[in-house]
Design a protein around this ligand. Structure first.
Ligand SMILES: C[S@@+](CC[C@H](N)C(=O)[O-])C[C@H]1O[C@@H](n2cnc3c(N)ncnc32)[C@H](O)[C@@H]1O
Length: 250
């Protein structure tokens, strides 16, 4: 009886009101965390940025929009675009041509390959592929540069499954969701198709990178539908390692 009286004293309108306010406060915090998480995901039901020992996602991207905005800042700079498409145009194409000729000699690329360059900006690598005879080549970037580069997000490639024989990319470090980046390459490659990545392992990439890679081990794990063909040191515009994967046949 005594206890019942005490409990009813505790549940005065004032305490009820205070409890409601405290509960609402925690509920609002919960809601704001949920909406932040969902804003960071480019596609529902898919990965959250995950770091591990040898692959670190850079902090500071509070939403997917922030990430895209940051990536576009350099790519849309008119002065830089002028330089990339005039003074730097041929010089870079020639270096890419050497890489692709080597891959042709190793039978990892042929003139009949249908090829995609992921994160191709103004498409010097696409032009290089065409110059070495791989005519059915196209690039993908957030900003289009017709006719060689079409608009699209590499976290959600605008191509059907098993479209390409060959994919090249030197922008792995720009992926906010490395598992989605690799998943999309594996999805759009044909069985037996080849992916060549140029990455920075022993040096840090630029301020527009979204992740840092410290060894090729995370790549081997991410390419879980492929086998690694080889890796070697290269000198490719600040990137030091070439890694080649072949998508499994089944
Ligand atoms: C370092 S540049 C590389 C350009 C080009 N591959 C080259 O070597 O000249 C990185 C490129 O990745 C593109 N990029 C960044 N995030 C992207 C995304 N989510 N989807 C598609 N392209 C993206 C940028 O717009 C930029 O053109």
């Amino acid at each position: 009886m005594k206890e019942t009286i005490n409990q009813s004293k505790l549940l005065t309108p004032k305490t009820l009101f205070l409890s409601l306010i405290i509960l609402s406060f925690f509920f609002l915090i919960f809601l704001s965390q949920q909406s932040r998480k969902s804003m960071q995901k480019p596609i529902s039901g898919n990965p959250t940025p995950t770091s591990n020992l040898d692959l670190k996602i850079r902090p500071g991207y509070n939403s997917y929009d922030t990430y895209i905005h940051h990536q576009l800042k350099k790519t849309t700079n008119p002065k830089l675009r002028k330089i990339w498409t005039t003074r730097d145009w041929d010089r870079k194409i020639q270096v890419f041509q050497q890489f692709f000729n080597n891959l042709k000699q190793e039978n990892l690329l042929s003139n009949s390959s249908k090829a995609l360059c992921v994160g191709a900006r103004v498409g010097q690598e696409v032009e290089a592929l065409k110059r070495v005879g791989v005519n059915d080549s196209i690039g993908l970037d957030l900003v289009p540069y017709p006719p060689n580069v079409i608009k699209g997000d590499f976290h959600h490639q605008p191509f059907n499954d098993t479209t390409f024989d060959f994919e090249f990319s030197n922008v792995f470090d720009h992926a906010l969701y490395p598992d989605r980046f690799v998943g999309e390459i594996e999805r759009t490659l044909k069985p037996g198709g080849i992916c060549v990545l140029h990455v920075a392992v022993s040096r840090r990439s630029d301020k527009y990178s979204a992740n840092d890679l410290y060894s090729i081990e995370p790549l081997k794990k991410l390419f879980n539908g492929s086998e690694m063909v080889r890796s070697r040191k290269v000198d490719g515009f600040g990137l030091d390692t070439e890694v080649v994967f072949r998508k499994k046949e089944i």
